[in-house]
Ligand binder design. Sequence first.
Ligand SMILES: Cc1cc2nc3c(=O)[nH]c(=O)nc-3n(C[C@H](O)[C@H](O)[C@H](O)COP(=O)(O)OP(=O)(O)OC[C@H]3O[C@@H](n4cnc5c(N)ncnc54)[C@H](O)[C@@H]3O)c2cc1C
Length: 409
Amino acid sequence: MNKKRLVVIGGGAAGFFCAINAAAFNHALEIIIIEKTTKLLSKVKVSGGGRCNVTHSCFSIAEMIKNYPRGENFVKKAFHQFFTTDTINWFGKRSVQLKTEVDGRMFPVTNSSQTVIDCLMKEVNNRSIQILMNREVKKLSMVNDQWSIEFANEEKIIADFVCVASGGFAKTIQFNWLKELGHTIEEPIPSLFTFNIPADPIKELMGISVEKAIVKITGTKFSQQGPMLITHWGLSGPAVLKLSAFAARELHKVNYDFKIAVNWLPGYNEQTLREKFSLLRNELAPQKIVNRNPFFLPQRLWEYFLQQSTIDQNIRWADLPAKQQNILIKILCAQEFDVKGKTTFKEEFVTAGGIKLNEIDVNTMQSKMVPNLFFAGEVMDVDGITGGFNFQHAWTSGWVAGKAIGEMT
Ligand SMILES: Cc1cc2nc3c(=O)[nH]c(=O)nc-3n(C[C@H](O)[C@H](O)[C@H](O)COP(=O)(O)OP(=O)(O)OC[C@H]3O[C@@H](n4cnc5c(N)ncnc54)[C@H](O)[C@@H]3O)c2cc1C
């Protein structure tokens, strides 16, 4: 009997994981990975600043899924099959030990993404998985119950199963070869970016960060709390990146021209801060307001707030005029900024959008539209925030697809 053949399109994290695990579940499968470039696992290589943030130290599915602005319910079901503990064990069994950093990100103990690449390459070689590079798949079609896979150079190969693990594409047109199979594409748009604030002097404070702030997009329900960093262009840091991811579609619609309100003192609202100011005026009465910053904000930021509130720096707390006090309270609790444009975060971007999830069976990653067609990784309409969530989705979906294909034959 002829061997069944699986062709995996894409030599990235999801494609490798699908191929390796399909081989592990079925030794009789012939497996070929097709990669359009001359490099394999190129994003794994550069990820996490060259250290590869493999996954996140989170062991509750309910908590984990909160980090996926799109695909939350889809990954929830998939994580029941392959979760963070499985990733840690999978790599651990192959001598790739992971360590956890204070913010929960997990990296190889070697601090090198090459360790992950070496492990995946070793698995591929040991399992005799073939790799064809420099081949861009242009067309997929069914011919006599088999897949015909056509490359840009017009070469063709035949397969019984295909797993598309081609990553995200920036433009809808790049999905056309998948659309032709009957799939619907959620328009790809950028996620994970920082906010440009060209008209505000706050940029002069670049490099200053606060441990906790709340950033809210005015007129929407989108709000995030966390560390925030002032940059040369505007605002960045985990609170801003997370907000950019969760509001990616809405911000795209308004062409990245919107207003935000920042609460620099998340423990307070206008009412409670007003009460605090009444106490401070007594407690700190003889002290100069500029020298006595009671909220432990960076001193330069405090001086900027005083300047923005037109407060004379030599004034004492006791003499703070009511009008200026009100402006300062408003700035501390809800400073408004006009955002005009975005900046990519350290080239670390993911695309929101891709194959519509209701067209994929989450238990197998198989297409509901076409038999023997599977998906893995970022090509689907799933994306996570930074922290190892995108790779976890790549491992999970690759494993689920690989297992399903392995068990089908
Ligand atoms: C700079 C950077 C840093 C990142 N850091 C992290 C991190 O630390 N942690 C984290 O969780 N996530 C990180 N991410 C996101 C993460 O890298 C991706 O989510 C993940 O790589 C997606 O894996 P994938 O296999 O689905 O797609 P990809 O890694 O994009 O792989 C897809 C492959 O398919 C190939 N391909 C595409 N079309 C075709 C075709 N038609 N024919 C043949 N081959 C094709 C591509 O060339 C590519 O090699 C980072 C992303 C970037 C850009």
